[in-house]
Design a binder for this molecule. Structure first.
Ligand SMILES: Cc1ncc(COP(=O)(O)O)c(C=O)c1O
Length: 339
């Protein structure tokens, strides 16, 4: 059986999750009549201490809606150059919302309050007005890096003092909370809006919830409709999210432990140049030249271990719900055999 570590999005719903989906009470959610969607939105909002939530088909849509509601065309978003919102959303900030970006660097995909402060544009008609700051936690391109709570709080304060909206791409926020020990409510208090994904580490097939104040979500709902994201009997999908909240948060630490064991294995191998620090379920490592990531990746895949070549020398593994200890043992054996 293939070992698929390309992403934590490759998981299939468990039996329990499928049963919950089958049993869901549904209605037409565009009419606001799906009780299961409403329950997921309200539960997620309550967890993060937010007034309201909006169920959407994807994390891309929740991020894009947040930007469109927070900023006007011609305004600017400050974010890391490797953030999903900039790097992996097909230029949506520009094409969906007409926004300018101010791209920051920073260790493992993370920015600091000082970076933000240094890049807020002055009130000068030649410059785009800075409207929003975005952070991603955990940070995918940074190897699942987790922000220190203090750093996020400092950025929050800079946003508050300068009238900027603060959005969290929390596609893997529960992985971050499992490491920092912060509660969802403490996390939520720092942000104007949060995107939470159910289809990553939480193992649901589809769905993200956007969180914020009631008025923000009212506007977001209109944008969701325009983006074609209004769904009808979506409760079948929302039921998977509710099941994930109940059953798949505590277990995320297992994914982190398995990623660390993979990292220990890789660290001892002569063909591996460097393994980036592993904090959560994402592991990025560099292969030694003349090996290339593409060549190693295709050999791994021929041996039944699927990964993603991230750049010329780097490969990414992501551990998840469908990656068992037995698979971990086989994956380590494949890696030890080398090239
Ligand atoms: C950090 C991050 N944000 C957002 C997304 C977008 O989620 P979706 O694939 O549901 O659009 C992803 C997808 O993997 C992600 O890794």
């Amino acid at each position: 059986m293939l070992i698929d570590l390309r992403s934590d999005t490759v998981t299939r719903p468990t039996k329990g999750m499928l049963e919950a989906m089958f049993a869901a009470k549904v209605g037409d959610d565009v009419f606001g009549e799906d009780p299961t969607v409403t329950e997921l939105e309200e539960r997620t909002a309550a967890m993060f201490g937010k007034e309201a939530g909006l169920f959407c088909p994807s994390g891309t849509m929740t991020n894009e809606i947040a930007a469109k509601v927070h900023a006007l065309p011609g305004e600017e978003v400050i974010l890391h150059k490797l953030s999903h919102l900039y790097y992996y959303e097909g230029g949506g900030l520009m094409s969906n919302s007409g926004l300018s970006v101010c791209l920051l660097g920073g260790e493992r995909g993370m920015i600091t309050a000082q970076d933000v402060l240094d890049h807020i544009n002055p009130d000068d008609l030649h410059r785009p007005r800075t409207a929003m700051v975005e952070v991603e936690n955990t940070m995918n391109k940074g190897g699942g890096a987790v922000y220190e709570n203090g750093v996020l709080a400092e950025i929050s304060e800079v946003c508050r003092l300068n009238g900027l909206k603060y959005h969290l791409d929390g596609a893997r926020i529960f992985n971050a909370l499992a490491v920092t020990g912060q509660t969802a409510a403490q996390c939520g208090s720092m942000f104007d809006s949060i995107s939470v994904c159910f289809s990553k580490g939480l193992g649901a097939p589809v769905g993200s919830v956007l969180l914020g104040k009631r008025e923000f979500i009212r506007k977001a709902k209109r944008v969701r409709k325009v983006f074609g994201g209004g769904m009808r009997q979506a409760g079948y999908l929302a039921a998977a999210g509710i099941y994930a909240l109940d059953h798949h948060i505590e277990r995320l630490k297992e994914d982190h432990k398995r990623a660390m064991i993979l990292a220990d294995t890789l660290n001892a191998l002569p063909w591996v140049d460097e393994v980036l620090p592993v904090e959560t379920n994402i592991l990025i490592f560099r292969v030694k030249a003349p090996l290339t990531a593409a060549a190693v990746n295709s050999e791994l895949s021929a041996k039944g271990l699927l990964a993603i070549a991230f750049d010329k020398q780097s490969i990414r593994f992501v551990t998840h719900l469908d990656f068992t200890d037995e698979m971990l043992g086989r994956a380590c054996d494949i890696l030890r055999k080398g090239f």
